[in-house]
Design a protein around this ligand. Structure first.
Ligand code: WQD
Length: 338
């Protein structure tokens, strides 16, 4: 079976391509390389022994999107990762986010319909919940006003998909990631932050390797066990494995409704200081950090209720925080040629 993976040279996309190829799927990657590099394709091939087809394409442009599908007839399914995802940047450049994230999705959905493709897995996010009223947060928690244009593009995308599946043959699964971190055990693929990382773990590992002077911990006056904010960190390979299960659920017609949503988390919340402690424990490397003021837009604490994904998908995160921080460190060392 041939599967199109948009954003397949990106962080979660590349790890998912590896797991799809290991399950015997033929993969076509479509990516505009705005936040990744083409050598990820070669590194995927070094892991699996199979080089996926790669198409450099801007899906937000309808013509190239149509050409892509015409060049690849017979696609069974699509996994859609391609989107801009920097929360802070989206606040400063909202139109860039709405145009790219929603324009790409709508072009894709048009081609999916034209070519009679019935299975779509969509990369969604826990940001659709905002600061949940109750924790752990379940899939039936109210979708709150998004804290950023990025989060809003994910909310709107889910609504668009719900409306499309209601009147076409398409079935969809939306996977709401919590905080993906870590890297493949080979250290050949990982999170490739271009520029100064927004996210905690790449900034932490770059500090540990000496690329940054110290890690800024955004706030220690939250109502948590140590004052720093809590997130549900999950290994990127556990996230990737869930995508294979989700696409097979659709291909085998096991979905219960035409559009399903699942939380992808571990169900355990860790604070920023917990992550630092885990990194120092798993790598034996110290990290210099300073407590700063809170970062605007951050929620205080969020972690997932994973019961639905565990029960319905038969999927459960298998890697713990120390596995995550150690794999992130091995990737950072590889990037530095160590
Ligand atoms: C985590 C914690 C920061 C950097 C991410 C993605 C978002 C979505 C959800 C997919 C927070 C703190 C961070 C730093 C710090 N995922 N922090 N110093 O904001 O939860 O959002 O996951 O859709 O797209 O961005 O992740 O890693 O930025 O922050 O103290 O230098 O670490 O305040 O408490 P976040 P993050």
């Amino acid at each position: 079976m041939k599967i199109l993976v948009t954003g397949g040279t990106g962080y979660i996309g590349s790890h998912t391509v590896v797991e799809l190829q290991k399950k015997g799927y033929e993969v076509v990657i479509a990516d505009n390389l705005s936040n990744s590099t083409a050598d990820v394709v070669d590194n995927i091939a070094r892991i699996t022994g199979i080089k996926p087809a790669f198409e450099k394409v801007d899906l937000s442009d309808p013509e190239p999107c149509r050409d892509l599908f015409n060049r690849h007839p017979g696609l069974a399914s699509v996994i859609h990762f391609a989107a801009f995802k920097a929360v802070g940047e989206s606040v400063l450049e909202p139109l860039k986010y709405y145009h790219n994230n929603l324009g790409s999705l709508m072009n894709l959905l048009r081609e999916i319909e034209t070519h009679g493709i019935r299975n779509l897995v969509f990369s969604s996010s826990c940001t659709v919940y905002g600061q949940p009223d109750e924790l752990p947060v379940t899939e039936s928690a109210p979708i709150k006003k998004a804290a950023s244009p990025y989060g809003n593009t994910k909310q709107i995308a889910e609504e668009i998909i719900n409306d499309i599946v209601a009147v076409t043959e398409l079935r969809a699964i939306m996977l709401r990631y919590f905080n993906p971190i870590g890297a493949h055990e080979s250290a050949l693929i990982g999170e490739l932050p271009l520029g100064i990382p927004n996210n905690l773990v790449p900034f932490l590992t770059q500090t540990a390797i000496g690329k940054r002077d110290f890690l800024r911990v955004w706030g220690n006056d939250y109502n948590t066990h140590d004052g720093t904010a809590i997130r549900d960190y999950i290994h990127v390979v556990d996230i990737a494995l869930a995508h294979v299960i989700a696409i097979e659920r659709l291909q085998e017609g096991k979905n219960k409704t035409k559009a399903e949503a699942f939380n992808l988390g571990t169900g355990i919340g860790y604070s920023v200081l917990d992550v630092i402690k885990s990194f120092e424990r798993s790598t034996k490397v110290k990290v210099a950090y300073k407590i700063m003021d809170r970062r605007p837009g951050d929620v205080e604490k969020v972690w997932a209720d994973t019961e639905l994904a565990n029960h319905e998908l038969g999927w459960k995160a298998g890697r713990d925080l120390d596995d995550m921080t150690l794999s992130a460190w091995n990737w950072e060392k590889k990037l530095a040629g160590l």
